[in-house]
Design a protein around this ligand. Sequence first.
Ligand code: HSE
Length: 311
Amino acid sequence: MNKRKGLRVFAPASVANVAVGYDVLGFALDKPGDELVVREGSKPGLVIKSIHGNSGLSKEIHKNTAGYAAFRLMESLGYEKEAVEIELYKKMGIGTGLGSSAASAVAGVFAVNEFFGRPYSKDQLLRFATDAEQIADGSWHADNVAPSLLGSIILIRDNASMDYVKLPVPDGLRVVILYPKISVLTKKSRAILKQEISLDLHIKQGANLGAFVAALYKSDLALMSRSLTDHIIEPQRAGLIPHFAALKALAMESHALACSISGAGPSIFALTDNTVKADNILNVWTRFMSDKAMDFDVFISKINTEGAKVF
Ligand code: HSE
């Protein structure tokens, strides 16, 4: 690699929680995703030279998830005085529910690791990216950064020790995403959640999470569909998302396997087993939203099994 010219990476958006795994489940999307260029800088240290596509983000290393994740990696190698500059190309807004801050964190740490000749494995980068994600919403959870970095559907058994399992992705799955263009800040969406749940809810949700994982290993889409009901978080957050109940009903009537909130919202996702059903859901959601006084975006993606990559 020519260090002056540098390299460009892509880190995908992700859907966290996946209905039954609050803070412990997430999958990566094919699109959108953040892009980041890293090259040799003109003075010692890490510099965010520019941010394209989202002028609201700070260029201060310690206030930017891309910068902070990259900085933590450089620090761990004793390279914090190396001249490195990065340019971040934001392809999604903040507060979308699609893991925007996580994608930036992953792009930053993945790019700088490649720039230095890949001293760490992807696995080892997870901690730096999660460190950075914490500055965005104040809590330590890898359910967006892990799928963005590693691809696929990830179950995090324990966030503290970063003990995770990369789960199999059944063939043919399609995700339909609807992003109503309002911003829901994760911090706020977390703050409204009750800190305690009943034993009854724990039993229901635990059984559903276990059955969902079994469904992935068995490629049993009927079991997946029966499993993906969120008894705990969705009922508490649904009110933050305009028309959530109606949109979910439309998706389920159109034979979605499941429909729930993407991460902390406001985006919602529907899972289907083929492109025809995905197109139908996209069309009914588009028709429903077009007479509402709200801008929105709707698109179809596969589950991305590759995660962050150089391109
Ligand atoms: N698990 C997180 C949440 C994802 O739902 O708050 C958003 O960062």
